[in-house]
Design a protein around this ligand. Sequence first.
Ligand code: 13P
Length: 264
Amino acid sequence: MLCERVGEKMNRMKKTRLIVANWKMNPVTFTEAKKIVEATKRAASRARGVSVVVCPPAIYLAALRKGSRAMAFGVQDIGAHEAGAFTGEISAEMARNSGATVAIVGHSERRRLGESNAVVAKKVAAALAAKLTPILCIGENIRDAGGDYLSVVRAQIMEGLAEVSTPLVPKVIIAYEPVWAIGKKAGDAILPADLHEMSIFIKKVIAERIDRAKALNVTILYGGSVEPENAHALLTSGDVDGFLVGHTSLDTTEFPLVIKAAAS
Ligand code: 13P
């Protein structure tokens, strides 16, 4: 119940920062997963003005959720269909029934396996239909001097939102994760000024779909080598509402520091 409320609160309260942990295909044992979630829980319950969402491998979700009321949980992907002969897939409704309130969709590591904007659009719609908050991941592979990366990002937004009705667009969280910045060190992440520029661009593109005031209010996360060293500057000067954190979210010392940096 509380987790559901946290999920709903994320879209309603602009002042709440949002830190989402994407554990990817880690850790190998449930015992380790439990340790990480306990450290995250302690940090989440101390941090004011921050909502924390953990997206573990789906197989751990239901068990990890027990007793973890200080945060919400999500999944790293969902199938595009409701049910049926889709071996290995997990539907949005299954994720919801296991306690997820958010679903990461269109992560670059899934796009690399061949997921198109059209499939991502179906997953965004499937998440919303199951009352999950979709986190739509976008981001260019490389930055070119000519600015072509902006058209890549624009297409990912417009095509990713293609199956979402206008009133539901503000419910979608956008996670800007430039692929060139993923899985490195803080020094390789985007610069706060460049992130600020991208955040404005994203809102401008969304304003082509919805009312400008609502577009300005859409939740935007940044992901790509977020570490305690760069968290504060990216949040304050980058004009984003929070982070989608990969490797640092598995570190029981460093992730609490990222959560703390986001606290008011
Ligand atoms: P890193 O934080 O490891 O760069 O990963 C970012 C990411 O892909 C989160 O979804």
